[in-house]
Design a protein around this ligand. Structure first.
Ligand SMILES: Cc1ncc(COP(=O)(O)O)c(C=O)c1O
Length: 280
């Protein structure tokens, strides 16, 4: 993947090698901040209001000032343009930290640090979407309220993904402390049972933008996507299981812990649902 040459830092677009952040930034010291990853197609930024709403809600919940009177669309488009990404697929990443402030707790009086990156994105090949991804259950469980936010404390998810890779899988299944199914390391889950779609209701799962978009698209077609507490036994009975996120879209699961999973033809419907919302 080509390295981005320009990034947005606080108030301006700067060459990457001049984009300097203090070692006292609390994002670096404590993971005290949040991020969003968005997909752009030919310069069109997908589901920006949903991503910004989640970032703003997390910033407010943790007392990080959220940029006011900030033309997000113009800034994100400028970062895309500066990196020659007005055409094709791109990954936009927005990162907001508390900036520099002394003391533990969540000091309110700070100058937050804002960084926006844009890089070319190469999605998996169509054959990979057709084949699906193997998934491995991460043995370490987690229940934490920070899981509901896309915080910079990503170490648990990186370790879960690495566990999956070490098993020859591509994504990890994360369980809550009580064993209920939660989400993937960087994905939400959707499954189908008796013709209906479900997503695990879990106290620590990130409220996925893609899940929300799929939910409203399915509703427009008279179908539902219900959030329900999901055990591993429930999941084992599902007719189809998919991983979703803003970059990947909808990726079928081909096996779970080595047990092959049937690729349901409903993958096409979910992918279609996402496409129609992207174009809306
Ligand atoms: C832990 C976790 N769950 C779910 C998702 C999916 O979220 P979204 O659909 O908003 O991209 C992500 C995204 O990267 C994630 O990191």
């Amino acid at each position: 993947m080509p390295i981005a040459e320009y990034v947005w830092l606080n108030e301006e677009l700067v060459p990457l090698d001049q984009a300097l952040v203090s070692v006292n930034d609390r994002g670096f010291l404590y993971g005290d901040g949040f991020f969003e990853t968005l997909r752009a197609e030919d310069g069109r930024i997908l589901f920006m209001p949903e991503h910004l709403a989640r970032l703003k809600a997390s910033a407010q919940a943790f007392r990080i000032p959220f940029p006011k009177k900030f033309s997000w669309e113009r800034r994100l488009s400028r970062v895309l343009a500066a990196n020659g990404l007005e055409r094709g697929l791109a990954r936009l990443k927005i990162l907001l930290t508390r900036g520099e402030a002394a003391g533990l707790g969540l000091p309110r009086e700070t100058w937050p640090t804002l960084v926006i990156w844009a890089q070319a994105y190469s999605p998996p090949a169509p054959e990979e979407y057709a084949r699906g991804w193997p998934v491995a259950t991460f043995p370490e469980r987690r229940t934490t309220f920070t899981g509901r936010h896309k915080s910079l404390n990503y170490l648990f998810y990186l370790a879960a993904r690495q566990y999956a890779l070490d098993q020859g899988a591509k994504e990890a299944l994360i369980l809550e402390a009580d064993g209920l199914v939660s989400e993937g390391a960087a994905t939400s889950l959707i499954y189908r049972q008796d013709g209906n779609f479900f997503t695990p209701e879990a106290p620590s799962a990130l409220p996925g933008v893609t899940i929300a978009v799929l939910g409203r698209s399915l509703a427009r077609r008279g179908l539902s996507l219900a959030a329900v507490p999901t055990t591993q036994a429930n999941l084992a009975q599902a007719e189809g299981l998919w991983l979703t996120n803003s970059l990947l879209g909808v990726m079928p699961v081909s096996s779970l812990d080595g047990r092959p999973w049937p690729i349901s033809e409903a993958a096409g419907l979910l992918q279609e649902c996402l496409k129609t919302e992207e174009q809306a």
